[in-house]
Design a binder for this molecule. Structure first.
Ligand code: C2E
Ligand code: MG
Ligand code: MG
Length: 748
């Protein structure tokens, strides 16, 4: 998964999270508000329906009683019964008895009348003044031709409230009086008895036009004793105003009020009688509310959950994003320079390869970068790397890119395939860096070198780079067929080395070392040869550098020590004097802490005195920690091994190094044997003289390598060198030939 894919997936996750959160929120809120509205709506409808039905029932009851009185009035008109006081009295008394009125009266427009009531009997000669004000008002309405129903009043003749029906009585189309009948509140029995509507949740009350309770249900929502709906703190100011307005204009209205922290609602509807109203307070809203509340709580919980979910998602996303970018950074970026690493480089290379057929991969490296780290510290080293990064960056074209591999190795993808252009571009980068570091306060001049592979791979660029690693004169090398062959060989060697060791394809050859004073053999050097299955030999310079780089030389050197021990054992067992043998040891093996122990085990297992073995180490070993090397030498000395420094003078050796390392023998590199010019010969002689005499003073014996002629030999004898080794005496021989010639035959 590359960075682009991770990013697009992140965007996808974000979108899905946001959209699903919005949809869930909308659904929850939508459902919630729909349920609430529905509950509210159906509650209202139900309350209104029930109130209207109740109103009709009461009206019908009142109409029925009015009808009774109207029929009686009609019969009075037809029979002119009002002319006879006796007949009138009888009729009133009988009608009252036949119906369930509390009292019944006839009163003429001339203000003279008869009243009948069961507990007082019949009274004649009553006037309007004998009636209470509400009854009087109703009768007066009938004198004006109206059927009337009085307001309620407390009666003296009845224990409880009464009200009065009154109808006009005509004679010859003239109003001559009115029949009035008082009635109990029985028709409001349902209300009085606390009859409930709305499945027991709604309570009906009768109000007058001012909002005073005419009939208040026994069952009340508000338990306190109230005489008006405006009493108490229940209605809000605005609700109060709305109710007053509705009462004035005789309109129905819905309203809400708070009772004991619960929201209730009510419905007021005007009746056609006396400006009365039916008032219904609905407890239904309570449970509905709790249902509503449940919905609300559910909604709130859901909403909170959603918010939490959203935050968790967001947080996860945020973490994911952060981690991803961290992962991307860790996976694809170099933390020192901030540029991409080889993994990302290879991905980009794969992507661009089809588009960009002509390209070049360059591997750029600093000569001796390790020194910068060692001498100036890691931070300075990092500063250098960052500077190189910026320099490369500034010299790339839009389609080009680069990465840092490890240490000071940079790979560049260049969109060019012409050697001339490529060399110019790279040279410019190299010289820019060189100049800047020489002038700016870096304290050292950086020297870079570059391996390039046109239309090739990173590995090929690296091979080209390695081919000039030790050549400070050349800055740029291209991967070509020669390097290709080298690489093929390297691969071949590396893929066969393990099997070769197992199959004993590595053979020990020996070259004699001659005592220059006596001219006799003093010792031998073990040199490895790789015998291939076809019988041919591979020489050390072909494979030793590869083994030293990949670490296999450690195994091979131990193997050679063992082969040396086997031979020394054989010579000893054969009763001949064993000749000391020098064995070449790689730097890596020598630096290994367990090395002395390991080789001691080997010599002990063959019961060979360690003094018969000299360990040859290369002079470049001195570039390591001198104290540590001396410690190692000391441990080896204790066991009995001798230490020889090989190829002295081939690299960066110095007399100082000779002084510091506690070695037993110094092998002068065969390069000293090459006479280039007369001038050169003088210098060479002076140098060799110095080295040999210095070595002698330190008790270190000297060996001249590469003695090929008698002249070489005499030259080294004249310089008082102790030993000589070279083709002049013998080439390296396999152990059988060597043993036969130098051990058993003893023929020199
Ligand atoms: P060295 O240890 O300096 O070995 C001497 C090399 O010089 C040998 O090359 C030898 O054949 C060659 N030589 C001897 N006399 C003359 C002469 O008169 N003129 C010239 N021009 N050369 C001469 P060889 O055997 O090819 O070994 C090359 C190098 O490989 C050795 O140099 C040594 O450094 C390394 N080497 C050889 N065997 C081993 C081994 O078993 N382990 C390790 N680590 N390195 C080994
Ligand atoms: Mg050697
Ligand atoms: Mg040598």
């Amino acid at each position: 998964m590359d960075e682009k894919t991770i990013k697009s997936q992140l965007v996808k996750v974000t979108k899905i999270t946001i959209i699903s959160s919005i949809v869930i929120c909308a659904l929850v809120l939508g459902t919630f508000s729909y349920v609430m509205n529905q509950a509210h709506e159906s509650d209202h409808i139900q309350m209104k329906t029930e109130v209207e039905e109740y109103k009709v029932r009461i009206s019908k009851q009142i109409d029925k009683n009015i009808q009774i009185l109207t029929t009686l009035a009609k019969s009075y008109e037809i029979s002119k019964i009002t002319d006879s006081e006796d007949l009138l009295e009888k009729s009133i008394a009988e009608t009252n008895k036949a119906n369930s009125f509390v009292s019944m009266a006839y009163i003429s427009i001339k203000n003279y009348g008869i009243i009948n009531a069961p507990n007082i009997g019949t009274k004649r000669g009553i006037t309007l003044d004998d009636f209470n004000e509400y009854s009087r008002a109703a009768i007066k309405q009938s004198f004006n031709g109206e059927n009337a129903v009085s307001k309620m009043f407390d009666s003296e003749i009845y224990d409880g409230k009464l009200f009065v029906y009154s109808v006009p009585v005509y004679e010859n189309s003239q109003i001559i009086g009115a029949i009035a009948a008082s009635d109990t509140l029985e028709i409001f029995e349902d209300i009085v008895n606390g009859h409930t509507v709305l499945s027991g949740q709604g309570y009906i009350h009768l109000l007058d036009g001012e909002g005073d309770f005419l009939v208040r249900s026994q069952n009340t929502l508000v338990k306190e004793d109230l005489s008006s709906i405006f009493d108490g703190p229940y209605l809000s100011e605005s609700e109060r105003e709305s109710v007053e307005k509705a009462l004035k204009s005789r309109e129905s209205m819905y309203g809400d009020f708070m009772y004991k922290g619960r929201e209730c609602h009510f419905y007021i509807s005007p009746m056609d009688i006396n400006g009365w109203y039916i008032f219904c307070a609905n407890k239904l809203w309570g449970p509905t509310l709790s249902f509503g509340r449940s919905v609300m709580i559910l909604g709130a919980v859901l909403f909170s959950l959603l918010i939490i979910m959203f935050f968790i998602l967001y947080y996860s996303y945020y973490r994911f994003r952060k981690n991803s970018s961290l992962l991307i950074k860790l996976a694809y970026y170099d933390n020192i320079t901030g540029t991409i690493n080889t993994l990302r480089f290879d991905q980009k290379f794969e992507q661009i390869r089809d588009r960009q057929k002509n390209y070049c991969i360059a591997a750029l490296n600093i000569h001796n970068f390790k020194w910068i780290n060692d001498l100036f510290g890691i931070e300075d080293g990092n500063k250098v790397l960052r500077y190189i990064k910026s320099e490369i960056e500034a010299n790339l074209k839009p389609d080009e890119f680069f990465c840092r591999d490890s240490a000071d190795l940079f790979y560049l993808f260049l969109a060019d395939d012409k050697k001339q252009i490529l060399s110019k571009r790279i040279s410019m980068i190299i010289s820019n860096i060189k100049e800047t570091t020489a002038h700016d306060n870096y304290g050292y001049e950086l020297s870079l070198y570059c391996g390039m592979s046109i239309n090739g791979t990173r590995e090929q660029a690296l091979v080209a780079l390695q081919s000039i690693k030790h050549n400070m004169q050349v800055d740029i090398a291209y991967y070509d067929s020669k390097l290709h062959e080298l690489m093929r060989k390297k691969n071949d060697i590396e893929s066969h080395m393990m099997a070769a060791l197992k199959n004993r394809e590595f053979e020990m050859f020996l070259q004699p070392k001659i005592d220059l004073k006596s001219g006799k053999i003093a010792s031998a050097e073990a040199l490895v040869r790789w015998r291939l299955p076809d019988g041919s030999y591979r020489y050390p310079n072909e494979f030793i550098p590869i083994f030293e780089a990949n670490g296999f030389s450690e195994k091979l050197d131990i193997y050679m020590i063992e082969q040396t021990c086997i031979l020394l054992r054989k010579w000893t067992d054969d009763g001949v004097n064993p000749l000391p043998i020098s064995v070449n040891q790689s730097k890596r093996l020598f630096a290994n802490g367990k090395y002395p122990e390991e080789i001691t085990k080997i010599v002990e297992s063959y019961n060979i005195p360690a003094s018969l073995i000299t360990l040859e180490i290369l002079e470049n070993i001195a570039s390591g920690d001198t104290d540590q090397i001396n410690n190692q030498i000391e441990s080896l000395h204790k066991i009995g091994f001798k230490i020889s420094m090989d190829d002295f003078g081939s690299g960066y050796s110095s007399l100082n190094m000779l002084y510091r390392l506690k070695i037993d023998e110094l092998k002068l590199d065969k390069g000293f044997m090459k006479k280039v010019s007369v001038d050169d010969d003088e210098r060479r002689k002076t140098m060799l003289n110095q080295i040999i005499s210095f070595a002698k003073k330190l008790g270190v014996s000297t060996v001249a390598e590469g003695i090929e002629t008698e002249e070489d030999q005499n030259y080294m004898i004249s310089l008082c060198c102790d030993y000589g080794q070279g083709y002049y005496y013998d080439k390296p021989l396999n152990k059988e030939k060597f043993s036969k010639k130098y051990i058993y035959g003893k023929d020199l």
